[in-house]
Design a protein around this ligand. Structure first.
Ligand SMILES: Nc1ncnc2c1ncn2[C@@H]1O[C@H](COP(=O)(O)OP(=O)(O)OP(=O)(O)O)[C@@H](O)[C@H]1O
Ligand SMILES: [Mg+2]
Length: 248
């Protein structure tokens, strides 16, 4: 595997899943072989692509990972579905150092043919997210332009640094993307300026606007890139994909 990108933010509903799904589709469209891994017990990435969650999480069952990989509606995009089993979440979360190594091995092993693996993580900085981070090469942080965005980001970055140190991992900061961007709000511009001032180059130029097409897409089992390709949301995600690929 060339790159394992973990999309993470402990805040709920900031656009992690939407970003993971659309980056996955965008990269696949550019010709790359992509695997989307759903680590969140909410299974939004799985259902958002029109799939059903599995009874047991593929990362904890005793079978080759490749057996659990599903085809999606896009030839270059495969899905490792999530599971709502709390027992499995617990298993995944426990003994993180070991799990991180196992997850990394899993991803590198049977899945060596992928150019990109995208991991959608739950809204927490708990063991499951840390395991995902430790197994990844880059972390992508979607944030919403709201008053507490900076606090959350700072906390998140501490956890990332801690994971880097403790697991001696190859994890790097992939970038910060501003989502559900509403330019009519004064606060949006304040937070935008503050985040860019503080994190500089790390912040993508592309911002993702608030767009109803984006929230309709999952109920059709499609990324917005396919559901409404001409929508503002889709165009923004396509631009984000280009910018992300350009950083490689
Ligand atoms: N750019 C956007 N415009 C409008 N709605 C959006 C946009 N991005 C995401 N949404 C909607 O906002 C909600 C939260 O987005 P999403 O599920 O991607 O966030 P999340 O960070 O993965 O949430 P969770 O923390 O629960 O996993 C969803 O209903 C989604 O469809
Ligand atoms: Mg999510």
């Amino acid at each position: 595997v060339a790159k394992i990108l973990c999309v993470a933010n402990q805040k709920g509903g900031v656009g992690k899943t939407t970003t993971a799904v659309n980056l996955a589709v965008g990269f696949a469209r550019s010709g790359a072989q992509v695997l989307l891994v759903d680590l969140d017990p909410q299974c939004n990435a799985t259902t958002g692509l029109g799939h059903a969650p599995t009874a047991r999480h593929p990362l904890v069952v005793d079978a080759p990972l490749a057996d659990s990989v599903r085809e999606t509606y896009h030839a270059n995009l495969k899905l490792l579905p999530g599971s709502r089993s709390f027992q499995d979440v617990d298993l995944l979360a426990r003994g993180e150092a070991l799990q991180a190594a196992a997850l990394r091995e899993h991803l590198a092993g049977g899945l060596g043919s992928y150019d990109y693996v995208l991991v959608d993580s739950p809204p927490s900085l708990g063991p499951l997210t840390q395991t995902a981070l430790a197994a990844s090469t880059e972390v992508f942080m979607p944030i919403q332009c709201e008053y507490f965005a900076m606090e959350g980001l700072t906390q998140m970055i501490q956890v990332v640094r801690d994971v880097m140190k403790r697991h001696n991992s190859r994890l790097e900061f992939g970038g910060i993307v501003l989502t559900m961007y509403d330019p009519t709000l004064e606060l949006t511009h304040e937070v935008d300026a503050e985040v860019r001032d503080f994190f500089g180059e790390l912040v993508f130029d592309t911002v993702i606007p608030r767009d109803v097409a984006v929230c309709e897409a999952p109920s059709h089992g499609r990324a917005v890139l396919d559901y409404a390709p001409r929508s503002r949301g889709a165009r923004a995600y396509l631009e984000l994909c280009m910018e992300a690929l350009g950083r490689d």
